[in-house]
Design a protein around this ligand. Structure first.
Ligand code: COA
Length: 378
């Protein structure tokens, strides 16, 4: 029987899942049946974590317990902070996050994986500690001491506090919370697939999240938001130079960061919502010239590549929003990882509950029946 090879497994189902659904033709993204538009408007990141992990919206008592437990799990062991201090200067924060998450797992032996309570403990620790690791590495890289997480702040406010040392404006924190909701889950993308493959070997959850972080770091996945900002800054002559710049990119067949998506043939709903959040922020905190360039670029590309289904994806406006929050570009993908840890763990749980190790096949294209020549005769 010949099996058709589909590069990138495009459109090939890798699993059954009840976590997230995406309607790529209409641009609708839902977690457990709830549209992200509704979740961003009415929910919080912690509530979305419970929704993703438990499969239903929590009661207020359940959410209060989760909020309190999360706040307690945020701290890092002294030796983990020391480890972060030993990492190479100038290294990318995604590499630091990957290494540190794996190291945290060394404190929690793999043998405890079979118990539900131990698995939930790992889930709680990872969601709570990943932001602390990101913030500690950021501060250490800038020759500042890491800050102890605050138990009295919600997830997003605490994250912004641990980065800057200042309690954020509530509307800024609310927008960060919305960004975390929007990045929390997205079906069978590359990093989630990586998490499921690693989880399917019954590797420990810290290794699962470290593998997913490594996968997210690539410029074709989470790393694109950094590239978007670099691109917007380097387009010559700003807004008026966009049209000529786009012509060159298309002529040279360059992929434009922040555009295109394997699943969406229309504008990514997260890009639409993030753009709305950007506009909301600008009303309160002032606009940025990069936003005008971005809007012009979107318009120009829609007229040139819209027929191919190339529209802004989640990474296109997220960088602009984060920059307005004074978050430096190298932290943008780690913030994506902070949010996506919830989705990865929901998939790890789902994989664990009905596990079969991933072991796809391949189509061999190499040489056959080679005669071995001893090294002395070559
Ligand atoms: N800019 C310009 N053209 C693009 C494009 C982009 N960002 N993304 C896709 N295309 C074009 C391709 O050149 C190709 O055109 P062709 O059929 O004439 O050869 C067509 O659209 C299909 O592209 P393909 O690379 O096969 O799509 P994919 O599904 O394999 O890739 C991405 C999806 C996301 C990897 C791809 O769109 C990309 O590299 N985007 C930029 C990086 C990015 O923003 N990543 C974040 C994703 S959330």
């Amino acid at each position: 029987m010949t099996v058709e090879y589909i590069p990138g497994l495009a459109g090939v189902p890798a699993t059954e899942s009840s976590i997230c659904s995406i309607d790529g033709a209409r641009g609708i993204l839902s977690y457990r049946g709830y549209s992200v538009d509704d979740l961003v408007t009415h929910s919080s990141f912690n509530e979305v974590c419970l929704l993703l992990l438990k499969g239903r919206l929590p009661t207020s008592l359940e959410l209060d317990d989760f909020d309190q437990d999360q706040a307690k799990f945020r701290t890092l062991k002294f030796r983990i902070i020391e480890l972060i201090k030993q990492l190479p200067d100038g290294g990318h924060p995604m590499d630091a996050l990957c290494a540190t998450v794996a190291a945290v797992g060394m404190y929690y032996p793999h043998s405890m994986l079979q118990e539900d309570t131990d698995r939930w403990g790992a889930v709680m620790r990872l969601i709570a500690k990943v932001p602390t690791i990101v913030a500690a590495h950021y501060r250490i890289s800038n020759a500042d001491e890491p800050l102890r997480p605050r138990e009295d702040l919600d997830h997003a406010s605490n994250l912004l506090y641990m980065l800057s040392g200042k309690i954020p404006d509530p509307s800024m924190a609310r927008i960060m919370d919305a960004c975390l909701i929007l990045h929390a889950e997205h079906g069978m993308n590359a990093s989630t697939f990586s998490a499921r493959v690693t989880g399917s070997t019954l590797a420990d959850p810290y290794a699962v999240i470290a593998a997913a972080i490594g996968t997210l770091a690539g410029p074709l996945h989470g790393g694109a938001n950094e590239d978007v900002l670099k691109m917007l800054r380097t387009i010559p002559n700003g807004k008026s130079g966009v049209s000529a710049w786009v012509d060159t990119q298309i002529k040279e067949k360059n992929k434009i960061p922040g555009f295109g998506h394997r699943v969406y043939q229309v504008k990514d709903p997260r890009a639409r919502i993030l753009q709305g959040l950007a506009v909301e922020m600008f009303k309160q905190f002032g606009s940025t010239p990069l936003y005008d360039i971005a809007c012009e670029l979107e318009e120009q590309l829609e007229s040139r590549l819209g027929h191919k289904g190339i529209y802004p994806n989640v990474d296109f406006y997220s960088g602009i929003v984060y920059e307005k929050m004074s978050i430096p570009a190298p932290l943008m993908t780690p913030i994506f990882a902070i949010a996506r840890t919830a989705g990865w763990l929901a998939h790890w749980n789902e994989q664990f509950e009905n596990n079969r190790i991933f072991r796809p096949s391949q189509i061999y294209t190499g040489l056959k029946d080679q005669i071995y020549v001893p090294i002395s005769e070559r």
